[in-house]
Design a binder for this molecule. Structure first.
Ligand code: GLV
Length: 323
């Protein structure tokens, strides 16, 4: 009977699918991230055939050494997979899968939640009101900025970036600029979007939203020099991966008003956050929850389980990462 290890409690739907197949499913009972040593201890000599893991689990060669040769698949319950050494897995004949598609809309919604919240000063206004400072309507109180008719620069036109563009154009009549390694003329026609260089995007956008995966080439893609290109009245939104932005440089830029604000769901050294960011009113932070709705996390759990079942039934998993 195949044995599966799940590194943390996840939505039940995926666990049930695996159990319904008759697999032996072991779930780490503690609702916390396992350290590397704890993960290795949990896997060693246990003969697991599949690992169901999360973006907080670093699956490198050392962890793979503890798998044993029967391990067929590492299924990440995330669309991003920078936590897994995919090349090393391939060398060892281990399949790696992720969960794209099911979270696209939810992450796009969270991106807009952040964009609207920073532009309309929602968190500042909430704090202000709770502190008892609301003594009456005032014409100059907490003025923010509109999204409508503004220019949104999308960095990375994958599924999520495209969905954000959809909401921007169809919902808010924004103008969309985009930068990606690939140009997409069909997308340009559909949304009236304009393909530009990263520098031009930063110079011309009122809102910049990051949607690239974390790769060696995208680490610190947005550094001090790039932030300086942005308009003083612009906002930076990040729902992709923290290290794409040089967080110390961003904190400085926000403190000295090089840009107007930032709304971040991900952090360079998460769960740690550059302390200076947390002192600023022109910053909104959420704890890496862009895909965190009941509906979507359940679908992610089901998709990770589906990938495991496919691999264990000797099929190519739907979301296999290596070709
Ligand atoms: C979340 O960040 C994911 O990659 O799914």
């Amino acid at each position: 009977m195949p044995k599966i290890y799940i590194t943390r409690i996840v939505p039940e739907a995926g666990i049930k699918m695996l159990k319904d197949k008759g697999y032996e499913v072991v779930v780490n009972p503690e609702d916390k991230v396992l350290t590397k040593e704890e993960l290795i201890m949990a896997l060693k000599n246990q003969n697991y055939n599949a690992l169901f893991c999360l973006l907080t689990d670093k699956i490198d060669a050392e962890v793979m050494d503890s798998f044993g040769p029967q391990l067929k698949v590492v299924a990440n319950m995330a669309v991003g997979f920078d936590n897994i050494d995919v090349i090393e897995a391939k060398k060892r004949g281990i399949m790696v899968t992720n969960t794209p598609g099911v979270l696209t809309n939810t992450v796009a919604e969270h991106t807009f939640s952040l964009m609207l919240s920073i532009a309309h000063r929602i968190t500042e206004a909430d704090k202000f009101t709770r502190a008892g400072n609301y003594i009456g309507w005032a014409p100059m109180l907490l003025l923010g900025n509109d999204l409508s008719s503004k220019t949104l620069g999308i960095v990375g036109l994958g599924r999520i970036g495209s969905r954000v563009a959809h909401h921007a154009v169809k919902g808010f009549e924004m103008k969309v600029l985009y930068y990606d390694v690939n140009r997409n003329e069909e997308f340009e026609k559909e949304f009236g979007a304009v393909y530009v260089s990263l520098d031009d995007l930063l110079k011309e956008s009122d809102f910049v939203s990051i949607h690239v995966p974390l790769l060696p080439a995208t680490r610190h893609l947005i550094n001090a020099e790039k932030i300086k290109l942005m308009k003083p009245a612009s906002y930076l939104i990040n729902t992709s991966r923290g290290p794409i932005i040089d967080e110390a440089a961003l904190a400085m830029a926000l403190a000295d008003k090089t840009i107007k604000g930032a709304a971040l769901d991900v952090f360079e050294f998460e769960p740690k956050i550059t302390p200076e960011l947390l002192l600023l009113d022109n910053v909104i932070v959420t704890p890496h929850i862009a895909s965190a709705t009941e509906e979507t996390r359940s679908k992610m759990s089901v998709l990770a389980a589906t990938n495991i079942i496919e691999a264990l039934e000797d099929k190519i998993p739907s979301n296999m990462l290596q070709n």
